[in-house]
Design a protein around this ligand. Structure first.
Ligand SMILES: Nc1ncnc2c1ncn2[C@@H]1O[C@H](COP(=O)(O)OP(=O)(O)O)[C@@H](O)[C@H]1O
Ligand SMILES: Cc1ncc(COP(=O)(O)OP(=O)(O)O)c(N)n1
Length: 269
């Protein structure tokens, strides 16, 4: 059997809710073989991030090469990259291997407030990595940092998406999870021509740790299978909705989502 392979370049979450752990669970559930290039180790649980230890840029590059030289990469995603040196190493390696299906989740701050990207690395993210991205998936605070705009209205979301497209990204998805005053969670896709909205009922829960990682990993898995971007975003939206709805109770803070839920809801597994 030939199976598609997806690579995640991200940090480890010891609590299992976000980062590499969320990405691998998502790849597995969506039927692609997951590989990893670890950027940083975090000591983390549902209450927050207790410690961060970044790996060297050389070690990140070596892991990408090990995967690229032997296993192959049909699509990849980036998550926590932590500093400008790691961003440079990742961007150079993506360019050298000519990997095209690149999903950038511009992870900046964890739910508890810990910084997962140094402030001075934002310009490297914009100038080196975003131009290589087939899809970028900022949440609203991340889109505000990347564009320098304040985003409150639907028109401001569209303006931010246009600005991000101008940085060289082929498809921009501004996620609506942080828009807490709305009864729906609305994600907006822009491909330079049209806007498509993906809507779902907002679930009132504190257990949303790792939703952004999971959503971008689901897009990556679908791209690895050859699915077009709008359909990949649609599946990712269904996946994350099911995973938030079918609640787990783990830890006493912001708990993780449930990766078993998607197949249970849509495939009766
Ligand atoms: N309470 C919620 N109910 C339904 N969907 C949500 C909820 N919170 C987040 N989502 C969805 O989860 C995904 C991640 O969104 P978001 O929370 O904005 O990202 P991040 O985890 O990066 O902060 C998006 O598809 C968003 O619509
Ligand atoms: C190691 C690691 N990577 C990414 C995140 C951020 O994950 P995200 O999906 O944005 O979820 P929250 O942190 O907002 O719950 C992380 N926490 N750790």
């Amino acid at each position: 059997m030939s199976i598609k392979k997806a690579l995640t370049i991200a940090g480890s979450d010891s609590g299992g809710g976000a980062g590499i752990q969320a990405d691998l669970k998502t790849f597995q559930e969506l039927g692609v073989f997951g590989t990893t290039a670890l950027t940083a180790v975090t000591a983390q649980n549902t209450l927050g991030v207790q410690d961060v230890f970044p790996l060297t840029p050389q070690m990140v590059k070596s892991q990408m090469e090990s995967v690229g030289d032997d296993i192959g990469v049909q699509a990849l995603k980036t998550g926590m990259l932590f500093n400008a040196e790691i961003i440079s190493a990742v961007s150079e390696t993506i360019s050298r291997y000519k990997w095209e299906k690149v999903v950038v989740d511009p992870v900046m701050i964890a739910k508890g407030g810990a910084s997962l990207l140094q402030q001075e690395a934002v310009s490297a993210l914009k100038s080196k990595l975003l131009p290589l991205a087939m899809v970028v998936t900022p949440n609203i605070p991340e889109a505000e940092v990347l564009t320098g705009m304040r985003i409150k209205t639907e028109e401001e979301k569209r303006e931010a998406a246009r600005n991000l497209f101008e940085l060289g990204v082929s498809n921009v998805v501004i996620k609506g999870g942080h828009d807490e005053n709305t009864s729906e969670s609305i994600d907006l896709l822009y491909d330079g021509l049209v806007f498509i909205t993906f809507r779902s009922e907002r679930i009132r829960t504190k257990n949303t740790h790792g939703t952004g990682c999971t959503f971008s990993a689901a897009i990556t898995a679908e791209l690895a299978k050859g699915v077009a971007v709008p359909d990949a975003v649609s599946t990712a939206k269904s996946y994350i909705q099911a995973a938030i709805e079918d609640q787990l109770t783990i830890g006493s803070g912001h708990g993780p989502t449930n990766h078993w839920a998607y197949k249970r809801k849509f495939m009766n597994v």
